[in-house]
Write a protein of this length. Structure first.
Length: 243
């Protein structure tokens, strides 16, 4: 169930608008754009599109028995990592960075944006298949620059399947297994990182994984473990991309 559209301000914005108008939007349905004129990332950042890239969104309908909605970003990350690994033939250096980025080495290849409306969560995913936007102070890459020629529609079909599989497992209570899978694809524990915490300013420490609720953990120099509920983790000494 993939609907494509030539040009749109934002696939996330369109699905949110449809939900706001009480239009039927089925879980598992994707809206994919050829071009986005007002695409965005986390914290309201602008994320420019590029023709040939994947820009798409889908809706998750929350159930009372579901895990915490915040874990959906990590579930989407697992599905995204699996998709890129499959279509690229196990690309070297493919890593998930909490909470919403997919990197190749230190360069951002893809990002995830979750936006909630009532009992629905819109999951937006952007992947640099054909070209990478230039973002000041941040390193980006595209699969084409890595010698991979991936058709957008083929990528969309694979991603929709992988995300559907992961989502079914999430609904069925398999978040602990999905959490383990996310960790196995993420930055190695012990990686020196920094994060701008809204309450404590910039904090530096060693990445210590995520807790049972998907919250990032940093081990500080004094041995204490600090929980990061919001913010962008950056590898120290790099310009790895954020959301």
């Amino acid at each position: 169930m993939i609907e494509t559209i030539a040009d749109i301000p934002s696939t996330n914005g369109e699905l949110l608008a449809r939900l706001g108008r009480a239009e039927p939007v089925a879980e598992g349905q994707w809206l994919v754009a050829d071009r986005q004129s007002a695409g965005r990332g986390r914290a309201g950042r602008v994320w420019s599109d590029g023709y040939g890239n994947f820009m798409g969104s889908t809706v998750v309908r929350l159930r009372a028995s579901d895990p915490l909605p915040q874990t959906l970003a990590l579930v989407a990350g697992v599905a995204l990592h699996e998709t890129v690994a499959e279509v690229s033939g196990r690309l070297e250096g493919l890593l998930l960075k909490w909470p919403n980025d997919l990197l190749v080495g230190e360069a951002k290849l893809a990002g995830i944006l979750l936006e909630r409306q009532g009992d629905c969560v819109v999951v937006g995913i952007g992947v640099n298949l054909a070209q990478a936007p230039q973002v000041e102070g941040r390193s980006t890459t595209a699969l084409s620059a890595l010698g991979q020629s991936i058709a957008r529609d083929s990528f969309a079909a694979t991603l929709s399947e992988r995300f559907a599989d992961a989502l079914i497992r999430w609904h069925l209570g398999e978040w602990p297994v999905l959490r383990t899978q996310w960790l196995s694809r993420a930055l190695p524990t012990g990686t020196l990182v920094s994060v701008k915490d809204r309450d404590h300013g910039e904090i530096m420490g060693a990445f210590a994984g995520i807790d049972d609720d998907g919250v990032a953990l940093l081990r500080l120099a004094n041995g204490a473990v600090h929980a990061i509920h919001a913010g962008d983790i950056e590898m120290v000494g790099s310009h790895a991309s954020g959301g």
